[in-house]
Design a protein around this ligand. Structure first.
Ligand code: GLU
Length: 417
């Protein structure tokens, strides 16, 4: 499913600018990234040949702090997609009230076809190509689809070699040994869990509400385990090979083991169902935790969940979102439901800058506090302005960015709450 993420992001900005009656200068500033880098990423293949693929790094906004956002390795990566994702990052960091802006990067490649040596060559080459434009005070990359702490460690090391420094704060999501933060690996899931529990309580769902999770990667797998431990019933999960269903609730420990040992959840002893059936199963909570565009109009019309928590970036098309609003389905938008990762990334960056190491409890308490504060801000703006949560999130994020822009340019600011 393809989705025009850039269009989605620009429409979100426009709606928020209109709602806040901001002037066209702010609109233009938010429509255009501050910087778009298109680079050539040459790497050495195992057969000794040189291969070249395109790469990108977009700093959308630094009004509130250095640009911040992940690096995606995927065949579908385009400059437009990266720009759209960078725009969403600016809204996300502002909504979370982090002292950061928004950015994103990507390389157009299928990393599953590469050996470890090729991957390292590619990642180091990408780092050299963008090195002049990243840094702890300018733009701080992190993991995203198909990138992990291993890739981040290579980025930090290569950046250090180029600059002749040790600068762990140039990138987040590193391994613990390389200066990563405790809790970063499970942060996206932990943040999503906090908002799912709070929203489910507010909607009056039963304590053992049924949950369906699409995607069993870093976010989906940890989230499934956490919600299961909270007493919710995870009745279905999926990965790129297929989906499984058990109305009594899946045994998550066993599913995780199956995924680890046999490569896919579909080998677990449960009913195998189709991807569309997964999304329209009878349940209270649906968590799209895979790629963008997973929920289109047809699915939105048929799905039966009362709450959707967007653990992935951009999982609902704009048309699907309108259908869900019409049907009264509560959607906790991606800019909040997936914000746990960048929030703990911010903690990692702060620890690196200060030479500190925070305990797991400290990280988790700070993350919880941030997620709950953002959710409360969001409900308040949604109620005050009679807006769905997604529109309220965009309004809140855009208001905070506009306030920073106006403070910098000396224009009056009476926007953000
Ligand atoms: N890629 C994640 C996101 O989309 C994390 C970004 C970060 O940690 O900077 O939010």
């Amino acid at each position: 499913m393809t989705l025009d993420l850039h269009r989605l992001a620009l429409d979100a900005i426009d709606a928020a600018v209109d709602e806040l009656h901001l002037d066209d200068g702010i609109r233009a500033s938010l429509h255009h990234p501050e910087r778009t880098l298109t680079v050539q990423v040459p790497y050495v293949a195992d057969d000794g040949t040189l291969r070249v693929v395109p790469g990108y790094r977009v700093a959308h906004s630094t009004a509130r702090g250095p640009a911040k956002g992940g690096t995606r390795f995927h065949l579908d990566v385009t400059p437009e997609e990266v720009a759209g994702l960078a725009t969403l990052m600016s809204v996300k960091t502002a909504l979370m009230n982090l002292p950061l802006g928004g950015g994103k990067g990507g390389v157009t490649i299928d990393p599953k076809q590469l050996s470890d040596a090729e991957l390292e060559s590619l990642t180091r080459s990408y780092t050299r190509a963008i090195a002049a434009n990243i840094g702890p005070d300018t733009d701080v990359p992190a993991p995203d689809v198909n990138t992990t702490p291993r890739h981040m460690d290579w980025i930090a090391d290569e950046y250090g070699r180029i600059t002749g420094t040790t600068t762990p704060a140039v990138v987040t999501g590193k391994s613990l040994a390389a200066g990563g933060s405790l809790g970063r690996d499970t942060a996206t899931a932990a943040g999503c869990r906090t908002v799912v529990l709070a929203a489910a309580k507010r909607l009056g769902f039963p304590a053992d509400a049924r949950v369906v999770i699409q995607g069993f990667g870093n976010a989906g797998a940890h989230l499934a385990r956490m919600l299961d431990a909270d007493g919710l019933r995870v009745v279905a999960v999926s990965d790129s090979q297929g989906a499984i269903h058990d109305p009594r609730g899946l045994n998550l420990a066993a599913v995780t083991e199956t995924k680890e040992t046999r490569g896919s959840v579909i080998h677990h002893d449960a009913e195998v169902i189709g991807p569309e059936e997964l999304l329209t199963l009878d349940c209270e909570i649906l968590v799209p935790a895979a790629l963008e565009g997973a929920i289109d109009t047809g699915t939105a019309e048929r799905l039966r969940a009362g709450l959707i928590a967007e653990a992935a970036n951009g999982p609902c098309t704009a048309e699907a979102d309108a259908v869900l609003r019409e049907r009264g389905v509560t959607v906790v938008p991606d800019v909040l439901a997936s914000a746990g990762g960048v929030t703990v990334s911010c903690f990692e960056w702060q620890q690196n800058l200060r030479g500190e190491r925070w305990s797991a409890q400290d990280v988790s308490a700070r993350l919880d506090a941030r997620m709950n504060a953002a959710l409360e801000d969001l409900w308040r703006v949604a109620e005050q302005r009679h807006l769905p949560l997604r529109a309220a999130a965009n309004v809140l994020g855009v208001a905070r960015i506009a306030e920073a822009l106006e403070a910098r340019t000396g224009q009056p600011a009476e926007l953000a709450s």
